[in-house]
Design a protein around this ligand. Structure first.
Ligand SMILES: [Zn+2]
Ligand SMILES: [Zn+2]
Length: 298
């Protein structure tokens, strides 16, 4: 299977409008790996035939998703899976209109396709409680642009040639996905992994995709986060992400959800990836457009 990183940022995009910091200024000037769009992955089965005709699954719909699909030449979305309700992962829900609506149909606009959308039960509850997300989903479902499938913990389902299961993390709002194609296996734990202790059956996958987590200090040792910053208590640090990676023992680990506030360039992440600790994990950092063939050597 292949994992395509459509967007490698977290809640803070790179560059940020109005920001003249070193990272944003560089991103504006250089483009390429320096620019990070909202967090999303695209999964395809190797058995699915040549792209762009190969069926695929979209993980989350950040608000930049339509532009990201165009940029990375994804021409079809056969299913969408949601990891949690946070706005950086859901604000692009109107995507289903772009994908599926036939605006010029005889008798008025109607869908030419209905996309299955897989939502863990707790995530669906959170959609009801936040940002009118459930109302948006039900509106789209009412127009037959999508069909909601509720997932119980560990419930297996197959779509686009891949077999998946979802499990709640330590923060029950957040769900990990295990994705399989034959003997190949990927584990996706893309955000808010604080306190997460992955189940042993998720260990030793071919690929783990993990949240990067926060850095207290920049590469120059300068303090990045104010003392008492609330997320120090609530969200995983990079050190905690490394502990999760060590426990998962995947053959390869890619860290994503990379925040602008981390204040690191792609080359600084490359250097960090060459450290003994990350080398031992075969760890690296994502960038927009990165494609990983799961189970094949880098
Ligand atoms: Zn996020
Ligand atoms: Zn900036």
């Amino acid at each position: 299977m292949e994992v395509l990183f459509l967007g490698s940022s977290g809640a803070t995009l790179t560059p940020r409008v109005g920001c003249s910091c070193r990272i944003c200024a560089r991103a504006r000037e250089r483009g390429g790996r320096d620019v990070r769009s909202g967090p999303s992955l695209y999964l395809t089965a190797s058995s699915g035939g040549p792209s762009p005709d190969r069926p695929g699954i979209l993980v989350d719909t950040p608000e930049e998703i339509h532009a990201a699909l165009l940029r990375w030449r994804v021409e079809r979305v056969d299913a969408v899976i949601y990891t949690h309700w946070h706005p950086d992962h859901t604000a692009g829900m109107r995507l289903f209109e772009h994908l599926n609506m036939d605006w010029l149909a005889e008798g008025g606009p109607r869908p030419h396709r209905t996309t299955p959308v897989y939502v863990p039960e707790r995530v669906l509850q959170d959609f009801q409680a936040h940002h009118g997300l459930m109302e948006k989903l039900l509106y789209l479902e009412g127009r037959e642009l999508l069909k909601i499938h509720v997932l119980q913990a560990g419930q297996e389902f197959s779509v686009a040639g891949l077999t998946l299961r979802a499990f709640p993390m330590a923060n029950p709002e957040l769900w990990t996905y295990e994705v399989r194609e034959g003997a190949r296996r990927a584990v996706l734990a893309v955000d808010d992994t604080q306190g997460y202790v992955p189940e042993e059956f998720l260990a030793e996958a071919d690929l783990a995709v993990l949240e990067t987590g926060w850095f207290e200090r920049g590469p120059d040792g300068r303090r990045l986060l104010p003392e008492g910053w609330p997320s120090l208590e609530l969200e995983a640090s990079f050190e905690e992400s490394l502990r999760i990676a060590s426990r998962l023992r995947a053959r390869r680990t890619v860290f994503t959800h990379i925040e602008e506030i981390n204040q690191r360039t792609p080359e600084e992440y490359d250097k960090l990836a060459r450290s003994p600790e990350l080398s031992a994990l075969r760890g690296s950092f994502a960038y927009d457009g990165l494609r990983i063939r799961v189970g094949e050597e880098a």
